[in-house]
Design a protein around this ligand. Structure first.
Ligand SMILES: *[C@@H]1O[C@H](CO)[C@@H](O)[C@H](O)[C@H]1NC(C)=O
Ligand SMILES: *[C@@H]1O[C@H](CO)[C@@H](O)[C@H](O)[C@H]1NC(C)=O
Ligand SMILES: *[C@@H]1O[C@H](CO)[C@@H](O)[C@H](O)[C@H]1NC(C)=O
Length: 304
């Protein structure tokens, strides 16, 4: 509208200014519709304000032609809907679009992309990467989560290859490789990093950074390291206890069994001794060394 100010107020494009410019927010790489609900019974032409000789869509006599990346289906046009479809939105497609029916401008639409909002969790000491969707005349500013810090602190501007650091606090820490990297993140760096397009006065991206709090006491590290090996140790101990329990249980059973058997053997030995006492003098059945022999004898005695 400011283009039309003053002397040139009477020129044709200025009349257009009376049209309500509709603002459309698209999403990067997504389809977007530039609305124009007007019916056009003569030739309909969509162009961009910045290059009106570059026709995006032309509808005439019931059918439409469209440039790559744009669409206006014939049926939609015949139904009296002159809306233009942008197939894949990107930053280069931002700007003012106009639809002309014959010589009359029927619609004006300002197309922009909604800001990309990202969240990052950063450990103190790690660098903070601020993604720059564009590097053509953008500005990065910072608003700390901590309300005590000044808000909207301008960090730098980027103009293609040139980066100009404005805040002296960032002279040593900021550098650019299609991201703005701020080295050695600190708790006080928590907050919103906003990337603005200076030319179009638009917000391109907001990077919300949350720094993980680190406890200052040196013992905390050990406390936190503890569970890792502590849990392993506990698991190993529990397994050892279970194994030991099983072994003890098994041995106990064995011992009980042996005791039972030796009691039996004892019984048999005594029986055998009673038989043998007649033939063998001085043989002591209670001597453990004799149990084996006595048993054999006892068994053979039973077999007979
Ligand atoms: C006009 O067409 C566009 C694109 O196909 C569609 O999104 C919109 O809803 C249509 N408007 C009406 C009023 O039918
Ligand atoms: C950061 O941005 C979000 C929106 O994306 C907003 O809700 C929040 O209040 C902002 N925080 C600060 C500290 O400005
Ligand atoms: C982190 O920030 C605080 C406050 O801004 C400052 O006092 C401290 O020295 C900083 N720490 C490091 C490691 O830079």
């Amino acid at each position: 509208m400011h283009l039309c100010a003053g002397v040139i107020l009477m020129l044709a494009p200025c009349l257009v200014a009376s049209l309500d410019k509709q603002k459309v927010l698209g999403n990067l790489h997504k389809m977007a519709s530039l609305p124009c609900p007007e019916q056009c019974s003569s030739e309909l032409i969509w162009t961009r304000f910045q290059n009106q000789r570059d026709v995006l869509v032309r509808c005439n006599g019931g059918s439409c032609w469209s440039k790559d990346g744009f669409d206006l289906p014939d049926e939609q046009y015949l139904k009296g809907n002159s809306s233009l479809t942008m197939l894949k939105a990107d930053y280069s497609l931002r700007g003012l679009y106009m639809a002309k029916c014959g010589s009359e401008t029927i619609c004006e639409v300002v197309f922009t992309l909604s800001p990309q909002v990202m969240s990052r969790e950063i450990t103190p000491g790690e660098p903070i990467d601020v993604y720059l969707p564009l590097t053509d005349r953008v500005e990065v500013s910072f608003t700390a989560s901590d309300a005590a810090q000044p808000s909207d602190l301008q960090i730098c501007t980027v103009d293609n290859e040139k980066i100009q650091i404005i805040s002296p606090d960032y002279k040593e820490r900021a550098s650019r490789i299609n991201i703005l990297q701020i080295k050695a993140g600190n708790v006080s760096d928590s907050g919103n990093y906003t990337v603005r397009d200076v030319t179009n006065e638009e917000t391109l991206a907001i990077v919300k950074v949350h720094m993980r709090e680190e406890k200052p006491c040196p013992d905390c590290k050990q406390d936190r390291a503890m569970p890792a090996w502590g849990i392993t140790l506990i698991v190993v101990l529990v397994i050892l206890l279970i194994v030991a329990g099983l072994v003890i249980g098994y041995l106990w059973k064995e011992i009980q069994q042996l005791r039972g058997e030796s009691a039996d053997r004892h019984q048999m030995t005594e029986n055998a001794n009673q038989h043998q006492q007649h033939g063998m003098n001085g043989m002591n059945g209670r001597n453990p060394e004799d149990v084996e022999i006595s048993e054999d004898t006892a068994l053979s005695n039973h077999q007979h």
